[in-house]
Design a binder for this molecule. Structure first.
Ligand code: NAP
Length: 527
């Protein structure tokens, strides 16, 4: 497919006189073609179409929307190597990573298609009428969830496929029945155009209303602010920096009618090394830690950026093995110049605040290349300077030397909200783990035992969320089928005659799907 650099407003391509280029981060050179930058006129046109598409789109059966998601997945696969090649040029991510990211993208579209067909997401409930109840009769009450309206999706720089144009947020919103207006990330507009073409083709093939999807590009924060400010947008999904997420939260709060902003922002994903685990497998822990921290040049929100360890010979062994393994990790090219600069500044900030560098000095030579780094501080320093525990986006981690379990617990209690928290332990660490787990539960959306936080399964039980600043709303997840909940709201139908009820709440339909009947959970029997 030849890229044109155009935007997509509804099903139609559109160009503007304002242009910007993608940059190849490995060479710091401009990539062709120039891309049209959207302004307020394009935001208005895309939101008007999304609004017009909302009722027709949400009225489609779950099977029709599932067919649309399946068709997007197939069109992405059919694009073959061209999509992956453009993504590689724009992100410097290696081909194997991009291939697996495409598989995840396609997989999550299909997971949502299956979820749609199950009707589990509808949250059907019936409290049948009790006409003879004393002192007052109860009316017939039925509940289902409906989509909230058009959703603004912000593509993430670090997942050009799985968290961008047809990524997890888009799949969840489209599954819920919400048209989407995507603000593509300016680091990979060509990848965005490829994927947008797949969505447009799938929409045409499956007969979706035109405004179900638009892609707006632009290198300027004003575009995102205009999109969030548009009165027809009903919710926002974002993955990126804490500053960016909070700016969108403020923009939403300033609207005459504020809307929910689901922002996934920053997390250092503490890993706690308990004494018996350190004593029995310090070297293998160090090797697995280095693999996790340096994966994808550390550009994962689940990167293990903070390690809490109890002082002793096991910890010293871990530090020595981790430092040696990190020294052997070659520099990697970061996603863009801004992210590399932020990473360098983050390392300087750690050093200025008293963290001692254990591994990787020397600046790498290639443009936008970065080395993995490990720093260390005594627990007392971290407790005195909590800013040391702020995210440094990239392959860096801070090891905290704790003198006793009480210090570990004190640090956990002082931490901000996290996407994940990990405990490395053996059976002999059980008593200590039991003391720490309640504190970790209060901080994190996902708790791992003897695993590593990078690598997020797209499934039904996954939570990729957590208290602020990991996300703007700790009650939600942005990965897995539960993420559809962000774009749904419950409606109760009281005293409705059967023929006015939505189809899935008709008495005959109900028996086919999972629902609560007078409080009792019923699984339903699809025919
Ligand atoms: P970003 O700066 O937050 O940008 C993400 C998206 O939000 C872009 O489309 C950006 O538009 C938009 N945006 C940012 N600030 C905005 C504002 N004030 N108003 C309206 N829109 C705004 O993230 P990034 O470009 O991916 O990377 C920058 C830094 O974010 C990294 O160095 C890293 O620290 C952090 N980051 C964290 C994660 C994570 O998962 N925790 C992931 C990626 C990045 P423009 O680009 O047009 O400004």
């Amino acid at each position: 497919m030849a890229l044109t650099g155009e935007l997509f407003i509804g099903g139609a391509r559109h160009s503007t006189p304002h242009r910007f280029h993608a940059v190849d981060p490995a060479r710091n050179s401009l990539l062709e073609p120039p891309f049209s930058a959207a302004g307020t006129a394009e935001v208005d046109a895309a939101c008007a179409l999304a609004d017009a598409a909302f009722d027709p789109y949400r009225s489609l059966t779950p099977e029709r929307r599932a067919a649309f998601l399946d068709a997007i997945a197939q069109h992405i696969l059919d694009q073959g190597e061209g999509l992956l090649e453009r993504a590689r040029e724009e992100t410097a991510l290696p081909p194997a990573r991009l291939t697996s990211e495409r598989a995840r993208t396609v997989g999550q579209l299909r997971v949502f298609a299956a979820e749609l067909r199950s009707r589990a997401w509808l949250g059907l409930r019936v409290d049948p009428a009790l006409p003879n109840r004393q002192p007052l009769p109860r009316p017939d009450l039925r509940q289902r969830k409906i989509p909230c309206g058009p959703v603004a999706v912000f593509g993430a720089s670090n997942f050009p496929l799985a968290f961008s144009v047809a990524g997890g947020d888009s799949a969840a919103a489209l599954a819920a029945g919400c048209p989407i207006v995507v603000k593509g990330h300016p680091s990979h507009p060509g990848t965005s155009e490829w994927v947008a073409a797949a969505i447009i083709a799938a929409a045409a093939e499956t007969g979706m209303p035109a405004g179900v999807f638009s892609l707006l590009n632009g290198p300027d924060v004003a575009l995102g602010a205009a999109l969030v400010g548009d009165p027809r947008i009903a919710a926002v999904a974002f993955t990126g920096s804490r500053a960016g997420g909070q700016a969108l939260m403020r923009a939403s709060a300033a609207r005459p009618k504020p809307i929910p902003v689901f922002a996934e922002m920053s997390s250092v994903n503490p890993v706690i090394l308990l004494p018996s685990a350190l004593a029995s497998r310090a070297v293998s822990l160090a090797q697995a830690f280095v693999t996790s921290v340096s994966l994808g040049v550390g550009q994962f929100c689940t990167n293990p950026g903070l390690v809490l360890a109890l002082e002793g010979p096991g910890m010293e062994q871990f530090v020595a093995a981790a430092a040696a393994a990190l020294d052997a990790v070659p520099p990697g090219i970061m996603l863009n110049e801004g992210i590399r600069r932020n990473y360098a500044q983050g390392l300087e900030r750690l050093a200025e605040q008293g963290a001692q560098r254990l591994a990787q000095a020397g600046a790498p030579e290639a443009p936008n290349a970065a080395r993995a780094a490990l720093f260390s501080v005594p627990a007392a320093t971290l407790l005195a300077r909590p800013a040391l525990a702020e995210e440094v986006f990239g392959p860096a981690s801070l090891l905290v030397r704790c003198s006793c379990p009480a210090e570990v617990r004190q640090i956990i209690e002082r931490l901000d909200g996290q996407l994940t928290a990990t405990v490395q332990m053996t059976d002999d660490d059980r008593a200590l783990a039991l003391q720490l787990l309640p504190a970790l539960e209060r901080k994190a959306g996902r708790i791992l035992i003897n695993g590593w936080p990078t690598g997020v399964e797209v499934s039904h039980a996954m939570v990729h969320g957590g208290p602020f600043p990991a996300t703007s709303d700790g009650r939600s997840t942005s990965v897995g089928t539960l993420s559809i909940e962000r774009f749904l709201r419950p409606v109760c139908y009281q005293g409705f005659p059967e023929d006015l009820l939505p189809a899935e709440l008709h008495t005959t339909e109900l028996s086919r799907w999972p629902h609560r009947f007078d409080g009792e959970l019923r699984l339903g029997k699809p025919v």
